[in-house]
Design a protein around this ligand. Structure first.
Ligand SMILES: [Zn+2]
Length: 309
């Protein structure tokens, strides 16, 4: 669309008039702004007053259009310049670009997260492109099968183990981000140590907030427990809290991931710390559930640092 002639005639300053003409034709955001100014009867003879603002705006103008664009184009990451017309004047504003908006809505879907917030940036697809498909293939396929809505998933748990630095936590976070951005469901990502601390609090203090978090642990769409087997050993925590939580999630068919530095057999010994037969039976029946419902994946290779930027 071309700038109406009566408007362009009013803009006397030549480079400005050219800038307005060109951008009116090519930039629909700017076109809407000019139309708003026309409707509000702005005197375009006076546009020269705002020449510097307009030039500055177009010098830095860029639009992050799709959230799956890898890099944010803005000078200030997550924010772009925005031209606003108000009370007969033009202003420059900072506005959130799609990257900032997207990471905020992802963050809102974490009811709890025990990892640096800066990891909430993007989704899985482009991150896995950087990974060695051979090593991660099984894990990625498992993640993809969860995300496929036509797939009726038989095993809803994941036991992900491997050496420190193998990328277990990173990959799980990136999966969780993808899970949220594709499904808009809720996630709790909690370290086993913090789960233990929460158990302690819950035992002594049942304020509304604590009860709410307790229920969330039992009902959230995806629960990820990081560093399992690194928490304090306590029979009450194991039997009355952890096993019971995991049992309930099993019967509700809810997705649950366990991340651990321990091998599965070491995890079993970690939770077998009583000679009492009843206790041992409890542990056994618990791990029977694990055997039935869990996908087991081990990551061994040292994770390439490409993903942390
Ligand atoms: Zn951006």
């Amino acid at each position: 669309m071309k700038l109406p002639e009566n408007i362009s005639n009013q803009i006397k300053n030549d480079p400005l008039s050219q800038i307005v003409k060109d951008n009116y034709e090519n930039n629909c955001e700017f076109q809407q702004l000019i139309e708003k100014m026309i409707i509000q009867k702005f005197d375009f003879n006076k546009l020269e007053k705002f020449k510097n603002i307009i030039i500055e705006y177009f010098q830095t103008y860029s639009l992050c259009q799709q959230k799956n664009e890898l890099k944010c184009k803005q000078n200030i990451e997550g924010y772009r310049l925005y031209l606003k017309f108000q009370q007969n004047r033009l202003f420059l504003f900072l506005k959130k670009c799609i990257h900032k908006k997207n990471s905020q809505s992802i963050l809102n879907n974490y009811l709890h997260c025990d990892f640096p917030k800066k990891w909430i940036k993007s989704d899985l697809k482009k991150q896995v492109a950087d990974l060695d498909q051979k090593d991660r293939g099984i894990l990625i396929n498992y993640f993809m099968s969860i995300l496929n809505p036509t797939n009726e998933l038989k095993k809803k748990w994941l036991f992900l183990n491997g050496s420190i630095g193998a990328g277990k936590t990173f990959l799980s976070v990136f999966f969780a981000n993808t899970f949220i951005s594709k499904t808009d469901k809720k996630v709790i990502f909690i370290n086993a140590n913090n789960l233990f601390t929460f158990f302690r609090k819950y035992t002594f203090d049942k304020t509304e907030l604590i009860r709410e978090f307790y229920l969330n642990l039992h009902n959230v769409n995806l629960l990820i427990i990081d560093d399992l087997g690194n928490e304090n050993r306590l029979i009450a925590f194991r039997d009355e809290f952890l096993f019971s939580l995991i049992n309930k999630r099993y019967f509700r068919g809810l997705l649950t991931f366990f991340i651990s530095n321990l091998s599965y057999s070491n995890l079993k010994s970690f939770y077998t710390f009583s000679n009492d037969k009843i206790e041992t039976t409890k542990t056994k029946s618990f791990f029977n559930l694990f055997d039935k419902n869990c996908h087991f994946i081990t990551l061994n290779n040292i994770f390439k640092n490409k993903m942390i930027k």
